[in-house]
Design a protein around this ligand. Structure first.
Ligand code: AMP
Length: 216
């Protein structure tokens, strides 16, 4: 059973790469952002709370995220890829405890390091498919959908995420630097971190990821 954790700044391509990796290695793709977006659509107090936090670029509390993750992992007996989790050192510590109780190996932890100005450009044009999770970009020629506004893979209408605007991005990036970036040292000190850095294309990033995952 192979598990993969991707750590990266917002809009670095975690979702796209997770989708490619899940197809290539037959891994279940677990995105805590997707789990939370779906919880935020419920018309209850919890849904409203989660929506407010996502829309202003803040993190949802560790307790809520860990509960959702536990549900997603419950009964799973194949490898998985975690996209967007852990996002704080506390989440990583809780997750490691969970793995050791369940006797599940940590797997590969990979940090995708991309400069802020590059991802900011990507975020402004990003479009996502709400049905299959495919990601496109209106401003990057090779990432445009073949038919404007329509998913190439499942023909659903593409949408713009509400938190994909400049103001929320700046807040999300600030949160990333403060809360998530310390995970790099956390996993480095445990000797389990691999890093991919630079302004790479989707294909180049996927090649590097396969080199890391395929070698283990
Ligand atoms: P993402 O789709 O990974 O960019 O996540 C979108 C938003 O969901 C983030 O900006 C956070 O508000 C929230 N979120 C996703 N994953 C986590 C997590 N592990 N911990 C806390 N908040 C999260």
């Amino acid at each position: 059973m192979k598990n993969v954790i991707l750590i990266a700044p917002p809009a670095a391509g975690k979702g796209t790469q997770s989708k490619l990796l899940s197809e290539k290695y037959n891994l279940i793709h677990i995105s805590t952002g997707d789990l939370l977006r779906s919880a935020s659509q419920k018309n209850d107090e919890m849904g409203t709370l989660i929506k407010g936090l996502i829309d202003n670029g803040s993190l949802v509390s560790d307790e809520i995220v860990i509960d959702l993750l536990k549900d997603a992992l419950d009964g799973l007996n194949s490898g998985y890829i975690l996209d967007g989790f852990p996002r704080t050192v506390n989440q990583a510590e809780k997750y490691l405890e969970m793995l050791s109780e369940l006797n599940i190996p940590l797997g590969d932890v990979i940090f995708i390091d991309i400069p802020k100005d590059v991802i900011k450009k990507r975020i402004i044009g990003r479009l996502v498919c709400p049905s299959c999770g495919a990601v496109y970009n209106n401003l990057i020629e090779e990432n445009k959908p073949s038919k404007e506004g329509i998913c190439d893979e499942c023909a659903s209408a593409l949408i713009k995420r509400q938190d994909d605007n400049e103001e929320t991005f700046d807040k999300r990036y600030e949160t990333y630097v403060k809360e998530t970036y310390p995970l790099v040292d956390f996993f480095k000190s445990k000797g389990v971190l691999s890093t991919i850095s630079g302004n790479l294309t989707k294909e180049e990033t996927f090649d590097r990821l396969q080199q890391i995952i395929g070698n283990k």
